[in-house]
Design a protein around this ligand. Structure first.
Ligand code: NDP
Length: 403
């Protein structure tokens, strides 16, 4: 149904491009561009071997709008799928507007020098995309992404209103590394070490990072400690479902991860401002990323399961009063690796990126403008999750969460 240009050749891109190639009726031609062309070539070679589909590869600095516009025109792409880093979002949106193509990403824009996870920069593009007759989809990963579609599906089929929502992200995977992040270490540590913020009673409540811990028994995994933290979908969900009284995000971390993260922070290794080192300017967190394992390379040694979902409470559509539902997916690291050569965190982000792009190419999400996932119709997206490796389940709970 359409030609696609993917930007970025990291762990998420690896999974997404394989899944696009497996759906060549929708993704009729795939081009892949990134800063380092050899990484694109490695993905293309793996896709050719596993799926038998040819992919064009290019070197591109995504901060260069003119070069991106030229590449979009050269490839004839109808949609650009941004799987690079959040720093590139606005430049890539500019390039899409200039070249006249649709846009999709998995993480909201961040300036490199401030760790702020806020949507206003990208929401400011809404009129430009609407006037150009183009669609921009923000946050089509798992969280944000599927967790927002889950909330929308509950609101469409089960609940008239959402009073409270908890997004629960558990990674029960293990590998033989002393310290490794699930996805890009720089972005991951910026996210984890910021203040925890949640929406409650019409305002943001701020608490220190990693200060609020709860044990939760995750389906498919078992009991794990999860920590309250800020995540970008809290802003879009509380904006688009204004009736929400409380929205929180929780993620599991092992004790060793917390200890390493705190030590690295205490010694200054997670600083995002430039420092002089032997006459050379370096940004400590970027140097740290160079030292840490590349999460995209951990697939073969990662074992166990991830479970991500929402617990949502609100008034039932059938007038039966307040109901609470838990909707989630369980994903197995080793099964992901066997299928596409990725661990589950890359897979659970890459598959929804493919499905979101498919919604645009199929014409299901065709209203021009800039949209978060909970603003769009969830049904075909939810069907595609079941069909393409991320099956979900929904269960009614006895009552609202007690933590
Ligand atoms: P990686 O670091 O593995 O990959 C990022 C890729 O982007 C690399 O290939 C990198 O190139 C490329 N890149 C960086 N800067 C540029 C540039 N200026 N021009 C062109 N290419 C560039 O990251 P991940 O795959 O782990 O994550 C990708 C995205 O997915 C991130 O934005 C992350 O926040 C998001 N994400 C979203 C999740 C969700 O559920 N919504 C969950 C996990 C991740 P090079 O190889 O040369 O460094």
């Amino acid at each position: 149904m359409g030609k696609t240009l993917v930007i970025g050749a990291g762990g998420v891109s690896h999974a997404a491009v394989h899944k696009m190639a497996m759906n060549s009726d929708i993704f009729t031609h795939i081009s892949l561009a990134s800063r380092t062309k050899s990484k694109c070539d490695a993905i293309a070679a793996s896709v050719k071997e596993r799926v038998g589909v040819d992919i064009d590869t290019y070197a591109l600095d995504a901060m260069d709008v003119a070069a991106t516009v030229d590449l979009i025109r050269k490839t004839g792409a109808e949609i650009l799928v941004n799987l690079a880093l959040p720093y590139q979002d606005l430049k890539l949106m500019d390039a899409c507007l200039e070249a006249g193509v649709h846009y999709l990403d998995t993480a909201n824009y961040e300036p490199e020098d401030v760790a702020k996870f806020e949507y206003h920069w990208q929401w400011a593009y809404h009129d430009k995309f609407r006037e150009a007759g183009l669609v921009a989809i923000l946050g089509s990963g798992f969280d944000p992404g599927v967790t927002s579609v889950f909330a929308k599906w509950l609101k469409k089929h089960k609940l008239d209103t959402i009073r409270q929502i908890d997004v629960l992200d558990a990674n029960g995977g293990t590998n033989d590394q002393a310290f490794a992040t699930n996805f890009n270490p720089e972005i991951n540590l910026r996210e984890v070490l910021q203040d925890a913020k949640h929406w409650e009673g019409g305002d943001w409540k701020v608490t220190p990072a990693m200060s609020h811990k709860v044990e939760f028994d995750f389906p498919g995994i078992g009991p794990k400690n999860m920590y309250l933290m800020y995540h970008e979908e809290l802003e879009s969900l509380s904006t688009h479902f204004p009736e929400i009284e409380r929205a929180r995000f929780w993620m599991t971390f092992g004790d060793a991860y917390i200890t390493h993260a705190k030590v690295l922070q205490n010694v200054g290794m997670t600083r995002i401002d430039p420092v002089m080192h032997n006459g050379v300017e370096i940004i400590p967190i970027q140097f740290l990323k160079t030292l840490l394992p590349d999460p995209g390379d951990l697939g073969e040694q990662t074992k166990g399961k991830a479970c991500i979902g929402d617990i949502v409470t609100g008034q039932a559509k059938d007038g039966s009063g307040e109901k609470t539902y838990y909707i989630y997916n369980i994903c197995d690291h080793e099964e992901c690796f066997a299928e596409v050569g990725s661990q589950a965190v890359s897979y659970t982000t890459g598959v929804p990126a493919m499905i979101g792009a498919a919604q645009v190419l199929k014409g299901n999400w065709n209203e021009p403008g800039v949209w978060n996932m909970e603003q769009l119709d969830p049904d075909d997206f939810m069907d595609m999750l079941n069909a393409h490796g991320l099956p979900w389940q929904v269960h009614e709970l006895d009552g609202p969460v007690s933590f």
